[in-house]
Design a protein around this ligand. Structure first.
Ligand SMILES: Nc1nc2c(ncn2[C@@H]2O[C@@H]3COP(=O)(O)O[C@H]4[C@@H](O)[C@H](n5cnc6c(=O)[nH]c(N)nc65)O[C@@H]4COP(=O)(O)O[C@H]3[C@H]2O)c(=O)[nH]1
Length: 921
């Protein structure tokens, strides 16, 4: 940290700026040098061009001058010749002198020399010229003459001239090449100098002693010099030197501006391109540095860190981006490693805590399986202190209940799969044995060598017991402790498998108690439960230990007979069961008789799987019930058909009311004393659209089972009442009509009210209505039934007890019931008068009825003997096919009217029963 603080920051941006400025300076210098060089080159080129131009210009001017001079000299010669001045030698000089004077300024030459044929001077004009010394001939040939003393240089134009009589002479004209001439020739800014045999003789500056100054500029860079021969001829001794100052291409300001604008502009461009880019890169590097610093301080991913990394990575995928990415990866990996380390630490701490505080006993042993560590739960569970077990083999804990083969198998699995779990019996320090659930794991190092074994275990003794209890509950009936349906099906499945293997039979007996519901409803559930437990015990007493008695629920029991030798065997057991069930049972101090109906099926004859066999046994049980109860029936396939029929019938029954398929028949009752019809029993008939008339014995139980009996019962009462109304209105001598009730109706809370409503609606006198009910119906819920019946009695409706003698006919109940009539069951009448038992029972019933002043009706009278016998015993009313079969209302009405009219068309002529017979009886 200190080091970071001490290091003086020198930012990349500053460094970049310094370098940028330096390189810019260098660049400016280079630009300046190269610009100067270029400028110089351009300048010298321009100067060269200008000097060449000037040379050409002056050459042409010199040519022009030469031409002028030549023309003038020729013209002068011609004029001298034409004036013939020279023809007279005496006056020639004077005339020439005068001529020259006249010419004045017209002439441009300074000297004139005329020589005769011998080259002797004839005339010399011009003061400066030392004509005597003029080697004219030599000068004439050179074209130039330089005065030896004055140093003046002259251009000579010569030629022949006519001297008259003297013949042809020579004349020469001298033009002086002086400063003035050069001044005339020169153009502004240009300095001209004439050199004769490289010696300066004149210059355009016009200053004396300028010769040297004319020579001096030769070394100057500012002057461009050219020399052209005066006459244009090569080898001319006289040359014109032209010194022209080198003209600047640009002004200093232009040059300075030009030189400075470029670097400034370049610098600007450089800044825009390289500078900003550099700054950006510098910022990215700075952000990267910020990220590194932030991470080193925070040691975690913060928003600032992410911003910095993001900023450093922004832009091109360059090296900085790569470094940023690498740093980001490093951060991520570091954070992950940190997290992992933290997690590992937390896990280690947790593991240590778990180990110490686990409710499971944990034991860690080394590779030789010697105990290294145990936790608190271990010491608590085993009773051994840590010091007692350290260094010991865990086998010291064993109760020795498992076989060596068990441990062999355990170690084999452990070595192969790395772990093992299972139940083991151990012994505590105090010697008690417990069952534990043990899980062992093998710990190996990186090379796969075993380093440790970790064993964790809990005492499962209680849990095991609880499990067994739960299992027992799940498979047994709680009330009786017998196997339930689930266990029965399991055992049946096993029995089938075994039977297939051994080619033997399995018997299945399905039992349903015939009158359990009555016991349950009348004596209460406690008695019902007692009965079921007792039945269960009795069943178990009858079968072998290999057989099974199961309770399916309610009053349904099933007996599974393992491998009966024959059907006889099965029947034998079945009968034994029926007998055992039928034994009187003491319930609350009273002996009760219950019976059972039993369906039997046999594997493999009646089904090949548990469900089918159970269903078929159930079907057979229904058949036994239908056949009169207290018996057993073997299943046959036709029974299945009956079940289907029953289902169909039930469906039809539900629709029969809406379709008006029911009709009430009336079976007359004969008054034994008056021999007159004194009423009838209403009996329902079902005109089935397919099966025709269906017996109520077939569909009434069905209607009771599915509840249709409630609306159907109401319909019967309403139909009877309406019929009575019609008869009354038609003055038919209506008598009392007995209507059968069902137990469900009696139990209905709304039944009394609905009867009352029907009677009121139809205006039926209650005295014309009698309700027939059976003893068993009343006994289903005695209190409620008695209450209901009392209400009917109060309304004026009489009550008849049907099927009397078949049930538990007890006087105590009879006394409580508000009945008016006892109806002797047909089964007793059937054997009359010969069957002694029946005769005695009938006699007893009649006597009993008389004793408590009840009216007695005998039903099912089919023979005269029966009728006579009953009459003799004092039976009040007689009913049976002998008197009349149940008939439609219209038939009954005709019968009544015929009777009133004195005739009778009933089955037995009423005349056969004169009043005297009754008295006899
Ligand atoms: N073999 C023979 N039979 C005779 C003789 N005299 C009468 N019967 C028959 O005996 C049954 C008497 O009715 P139940 O005992 O109340 O027995 C009735 C009754 O328990 C029930 N039942 C009939 N109609 C009704 C009804 O409207 N409501 C209710 N709840 N049950 C009804 O159906 C049972 C059977 O009725 P049904 O088939 O009509 O059979 C009637 C009747 O036709 C005879 O001399 N010989």
């Amino acid at each position: 940290m200190g080091r970071t603080a001490q290091v003086k920051r020198d930012s990349i941006a500053r460094q970049a700026a310094v370098r940028l400025i330096f390189s810019l300076g260098l660049f400016v210098a280079l630009i300046a040098v190269s610009t100067a060089q270029i400028y110089k080159t351009a300048l010298s080129k321009a100067a060269e061009e200008r000097a060449s131009d000037l040379a050409a210009f002056y050459q042409s001017r010199l040519a022009q001058l030469e031409h002028d001079w030549e023309l003038q000299s020729r013209d002068f010669k011609v004029r001298i010749e034409t004036t013939r001045i020279l023809e007279s030698p005496e006056s020639a000089v004077v005339n020439l002198q005068a001529f020259m004077t006249v010419q004045g300024t017209n002439r441009r030459f300074q000297h004139l020399v005329i020589e005769d044929r011998q080259r002797a001077p004839v005339f010399i004009y011009g003061s400066e010229l030392d004509l005597v010394t003029v080697p004219l001939q030599k000068a004439e040939s050179a074209g130039w003459y330089r005065h030896p003393s004055t140093g003046d240089l002259y251009r000579i134009f010569s030629g022949p001239i006519w001297l008259g009589d003297a013949g042809m002479g020579r004349f020469a004209v001298f033009y002086r090449l002086d400063n003035a001439l050069l001044q005339q020739l020169s153009t502004p800014g240009v300095t001209l100098a004439a050199l004769y045999n490289t010696i300066p003789v004149a210059n355009s500056t016009g200053q004396r002693g300028l010769e040297q100054s004319v020579v001096q500029p030769l070394v100057s860079d500012d002057v461009e010099r050219r020399e052209v021969p005066w006459s244009g001829a090569r080898g001319d001794a006289t040359v014109l030197r032209i010194d022209a100052p080198v003209k600047a291409l640009f002004s200093r300001t232009e040059l300075a501006l030009g030189v400075s604008v470029i670097p400034v502009f370049d610098g600007f461009i450089l800044w825009l391109t390289l500078g900003t880019w550099l700054m950006r890169q510098a910022r990215r590097i700075r952000d990267l540095g910020g990220a590194v610093e932030e991470f080193s301080q925070q040691r975690g991913v913060t928003d600032r860190l992410q911003q910095w990394i993001h900023s450093a990575k922004a832009g091109h995928s360059d090296e900085i981006h790569q470094v940023g990415q690498a740093f980001e990866n490093m951060v991520q990996q570091t954070v992950e490693r940190d997290e992992e380390r933290l997690q590992e630490e937390a896990q280690r701490r947790l593991a240590a805590m778990v180990f110490a505080n686990s409710s499971e006993a944990i034991l860690i042993s080394d590779r030789h399986n010697l105990i290294l560590a145990v936790n608190r739960a271990f010491t608590e569970l085993t009773g051994y202190a840590e010091a007692e077990v350290l260094g010991q083999d865990p086998r010291m804990l064993s109760a020795g209940k498992e076989s060596p083969a068990f441990y062999h198998q355990m170690w084999a699995e452990l070595m192969e799969g790395g772990h093992w779990s299972g139940e083991v019996h151990d012994r505590r320090k105090d010697g008690t044995i417990y069952l534990k659930w043990l899980s062992i794991a093998v710990v190996r190092d990186a090379d796969g060598a075993i380093t440790n074994y970790v064993g964790a275990f809990t005492d499962i003794t209680e849990r095991k017991e609880a499990e067994q209890r739960v299992l027992h509950l799940a498979t047994h009936d709680t009330l009786t402790g017998l196997p339930n349906r689930k266990l029965l099906l399991d055992r049946l499945g096993s029995a089938i498998t075994l039977s297939i293997r051994e080619q033997r039979h399995v018997g299945l007996l399905f039992l349903d108690l015939d009158n359990f519901k009555w016991v349950n409803d009348s004596l209460g559930h406690a008695s019902g439960d007692k009965l079921l437990i007792a039945i269960g015990e009795r069943l178990q007493g009858v079968i072998r230990t290999s057989d099974t008695v199961a309770r399916l629920g309610g009053d349904e029991f099933v007996v599974l007979l393992m491998h009966p030798d024959s059907l006889n065997d099965v029947s034998h057991v079945a009968q034994k069961i029926i007998d055992a069930v039928a034994q009187p049972l003491d319930l609350n101090g009273t002996d009760f008789h219950v019976t059972t109906s039993m369906g039997i099926c046999v594997f493999p004859n009646d089904g090949d799987n548990p469900e089918t066999l159970l269903q078929h046994a159930d079907t057979a049980m229904y058949a036994a019930k239908a056949a009169g109860r207290n018996q057993f029936r073997y299943f046959d396939t036709a029974m299945n058909q009956k079940v289907l029929e029953r289902i169909q019938l039930e469906q039809d029954l539900r629709q029969a009311l809406q379709r008006s398929e029911f009709e009430v028949y009336y079976q007359p009752k004969l008054c034994a004393s008056t021999n007159d019809f004194c009423g009838a029993e209403a009996l329902i008939r079902w005109n089935h659209p397919v099966h025709g008339l269906v017996s109520p014995a077939k569909f009434i139980p069905l209607a009771e089972e599915n509840g249709i009996i409630i609306p159907l019962g109401e319909w019967i009462i309403r139909s009877v009442c309406e019929q009575i109304g019609r008869w009354r209105r038609g003055l038919v001598p209506t008598r009392k009509i007995a209507i059968n009730l069902s137990a469900l109706q009696l139990e209905s809370d709304t039944f009394v009210a609905s009867v009352d409503a029907i009677l009121k609606e139809t205006g039926t006198p209650t005295s014309l209505i009698e309700f027939e009910l059976t003893e068993s119906m009343v006994l289903r819920s005695p209190d409620r039934s008695v209450n209901t019946l009392t209400q009917f009695q109060a309304m004026g409706i009489t009550l008849a007890l049907d099927d009397f003698g078949t049930g538990y006919s007890s006087l105590s109940y009879l006394k409580r019931l508000p009945v008016n009539t006892l109806k002797i069951d047909r089964s007793f009448v059937e054997g009359l008068p010969h069957a002694k038992d029946d005769a005695q029972i009938v006699q007893m019933i009649i006597a009993l009825a008389k004793s408590i002043r009840l009216e007695v009706v005998a039903e099912g009278i089919e023979t005269e003997e029966q009728m006579a016998f009953l009459k003799r015993l004092g039976c009040d009313l007689l009913q049976g096919y002998l008197i009349a079969k149940p008939m439609p209302a219209a038939a009954y009405e005709s019968l009544l009217q015929a009777r009133t009219a004195g005739g009778c068309d009933c089955a037995v002529k009423c005349s056969l029963y004169p009043a005297s017979d009754q008295t006899q009886a």
